[in-house]
Design a protein around this ligand. Structure first.
Ligand code: AHR
Length: 322
């Protein structure tokens, strides 16, 4: 056989590519079934864009299903991914519990499951390979710590009455953000949560529930703690419509760090946002490739995040990616 320079080069390129972790993609692209919670918030929209863009870049064939905030839709989507024999299933569970049966079905079909953004509460942790996302309890603690400092600086007279807008009932961020916040504010007896209700992580519900809080408690409310920025933005509208000044008459703390929150801070209507990054797509694609290639991956991958008070909002705004 005659070996030309070109054939030697081609053989070398093939050999090095075949040894790379992306070799499997060359023959057959990795197929991922992804079940998203819905489109309830600015955060969620950014998360969907991140997952779709990263899949495209990594050459992953993404089968995307929007559950419209319903667990039954997520269970259906996961069952359909199993029937389609995808290589890997990833999902952001709308609520924490009720996943054992469907995850056992995925395990029986030998399809690895990756959790993104939200955790599940299962009896057998081998039902999923890894969980990539934020530490929601820590986010709640950060919100509480900011409030403790704020109260120290402003030293208001008497009790500080807090109203809380919780996320979706039974979801990991709603449970954990409540827990972390309560844990921290317990150190100051002046701080009292006088009302707490779900606003389902949406602007419309945040506004509606804040209206009810204002009707019941009026000027007694000193602080609003919202489990996400969208509910805080809805509540800001309700506060303004009630003739009060958000960010001044009522101190507002929320979580996510979306652009809408930065705009509200720049306008002086929101006091602080605790960051929760939705940009999980690139990490998800990398981990999925590792899992399918049989490489060991950590059981928990925690996102690194910060806290942005209104004072830094204008300076930070140009750096925000979502
Ligand atoms: O699970 C993350 C939470 O879900 C975000 O804080 C919220 O905005 C979203 O809907």
């Amino acid at each position: 056989m005659k070996l030309t320079r070109r054939s030697i080069l081609a053989a070398a390129v093939f050999a090095s590519f075949a040894a790379s972790p992306f070799a499997a993609f060359a023959a057959k692209p990795l197929v991922m079934g992804f079940s998203q919670v819905g489109a309830e918030s600015e955060w969620r929209t950014a998360n969907t864009v991140s997952v779709k863009d990263a899949a495209k870049k990594a050459g992953v064939n993404l089968k995307f299903a929007d559950a419209q905030q319903k667990q039954e839709n997520q269970v259906k989507a996961i069952r359909s991914f199993i029937a389609q024999k995808v290589d890997v299933i990833a999902f952001s569970p709308v609520v924490e519990s009720g996943w054992d049966t469907v995850l056992r079905e995925a395990q029986a079909a030998k399809i690895p499951v990756i959790l993104t953004d939200r955790a599940v509460n299962v009896t057998d942790p081998s039902l999923y390979v890894t969980f990539i996302g934020s530490d929601f309890v820590e986010e709640g603690r950060r919100a509480g710590k900011w409030l403790l400092e704020h109260v120290k600086k402003t030293s208001p007279d008497g009790t500080v009455n807090i109203v809380e807008l919780q996320g979706t009932v039974g979801s990991a961020p709603a449970i954990d953000r409540k827990k972390g916040f309560e844990e921290v504010i317990a150190s100051n007896a002046k701080l009292k949560v006088i009302r707490s209700q779900t606003g389902d992580f949406t602007r419309a519900k945040g506004k509606e529930v804040m209206e009810a809080f204002l009707k019941a408690e009026g000027k007694k409310i000193n602080v609003l703690y919202a489990h996400n920025d969208d509910m805080a933005i809805g509540a800001i509208q309700a506060i303004e419509e009630a003739g009060m000044k958000p960010g001044k008459d009522i101190t507002i703390i929320s979580i996510d760090g979306v652009k809408g929150a930065f705009e509200a801070m720049i306008a002086g209507k929101l006091n602080v946002t605790v960051e929760c990054s939705p940009l999980l797509g690139p990490q998800l694609m990398q981990i999925a490739a590792d899992v399918v290639a049989g490489k060991p991956v950590p059981k928990r991958i925690t996102t690194q995040e910060g806290v942005f008070p209104a004072e830094v909002a204008a300076k930070e705004f140009p750096n925000r990616k979502y």
